[in-house]
Design a protein around this ligand. Structure first.
Ligand SMILES: Nc1ncnc2c1ncn2[C@@H]1O[C@H](COP(=O)(O)OP(=O)(O)O)[C@@H](O)[C@H]1O
Ligand SMILES: N[C@@H](CCOP(=O)(O)O)C(=O)O
Length: 318
């Protein structure tokens, strides 16, 4: 039996929720923006194997042991042994469709697709919470600190709020169904670890108050479905001021997009992907064209007009 799981891209932080908010996104043109993992029983005397294919396969470490998917397999097998379940030798194929160091939760896509694929292969031995904990552990191994704001939306779909309670981890917030999220990846790499290192250890009282108010007002506005209020407070005082120097052209693009009627503009995850929000398709198309011409740095860059991905990780028929 073979199982294939797709895990979608995500927009972490959402400007007001550093390490605390994340949104799963899917392009409106049907592009599968995310990673695909296939798990099947190894044949003959073969042991565990990892094959890596896809557009961004060449960006990953050449040794299977250095690929986070390999670590996922080991963690999953340990959890199976601890729970008294038997495992088989498997062959995992990762189709790496996501650029690495993009701010679109690339490593989370691989982690979620691999662990959800293994769980589906073993008839869902583990529940959602156990899976999320394993996913967080793997994401922490890559970025240097535990944050669920990519793996939770990628696994569960929708807009997710991280809750500081290990029994809950993440709650789905009501999102704005008529909004378009224009995602512009410039084609350069920014490592999450490096982008975390530029952040200060301490913040001023002024920033602390602004952060708390913006996040609280945003969450309240989501529950009341008050779009104007939600996007009016979408301002990042925690990461953007320190990270924008890593993103060529970000500041100019932000000014332009806001002047052209974007409801909000921000950095997706730790960058370099920029996102902007609007609620009219024509406007989204205009902004996407402008970003295509003005924000991309290399031929690897792309722009997608997205909606919220409500499904999260899902099995895909071969
Ligand atoms: N399957 C994988 N997918 C993405 N990155 C991986 C994978 N396996 C190992 N890595 C390594 O993890 C790091 C991912 O970097 P990170 O900045 O967290 O990317 P992203 O922000 O896109 O998730 C890179 O050094 C990359 O080589
Ligand atoms: N909250 C994290 C999110 C990192 O997202 P990524 O998509 O860049 O991996 C951070 O801002 O460091």
């Amino acid at each position: 039996m073979a199982v294939s799981v797709f895990a979608p891209a995500s927009l972490a932080n959402f400007s007001v929720g550093f390490d605390a908010l994340g949104l799963a996104v899917q392009p409106v043109d049907g592009t599968l923006l995310g990673d695909l993992v296939k798990v099947e029983k190894s044949t003959g005397t073969d042991g565990n194997r990892l094959k890596v294919v896809g557009e961004f396969a060449h960006k990953l470490p050449s040794l299977p042991e250095d690929n986070i998917v390999w670590s996922c397999l080991h963690l999953f097998n340990e959890a199976m042994a601890d729970a008294g379940f038997e495992t088989q030798k498997v062959t995992i194929t990762l189709e790496k469709k996501m650029p690495v160091g993009s701010g679109l939760g690339s490593s989370a896509c691989s982690v979620v697709a691999a662990l959800a694929g293994l769980n589906a292969f073993y008839q869902n031995c583990f529940d959602e919470k156990a899976m999320l904990k394993m996913m967080g552990q793997m994401e922490a191994k890559i970025s240097g600190s535990l944050h669920y704001d990519n793996v939770a939306p990628c696994y569960l779909g929708g807009l997710q709020l991280m809750v500081p309670d290990g029994q809950i981890i993440s709650r789905t917030l009501p999102d704005f169904k008529d909004c378009f999220y224009v995602m512009a990846y410039p084609g350069i790499e920014v490592s999450t670890k490096a982008a975390r290192e530029v952040l200060p250890d301490n913040y001023s009282r002024k920033d602390l108050l602004a952060y708390g108010q913006n996040l609280a007002a945003f969450v309240d506005a989501c529950h009341r479905q008050d779009k104007a209020q939600a996007f009016a407070v979408l301002q990042d005082v925690v990461a953007e001021p320190y990270r924008q120097s890593l993103l060529p052209g970000y500041e100019q693009a932000r000014h332009y997009l806001l002047a052209q009627g974007s409801l909000a503009v921000g950095i997706s995850g730790s960058g370099p992907t920029l996102f902007c929000v609007c609620d009219q398709q024509e406007r989204a198309q205009e902004l996407a064209r402008w970003l295509q011409d003005n924000y991309l740095q290399t031929e690897l860059g792309f722009v997608h007009i997205c909606r919220v991905d409500d499904l999260g990780a899902r099995t895909i028929e071969d």
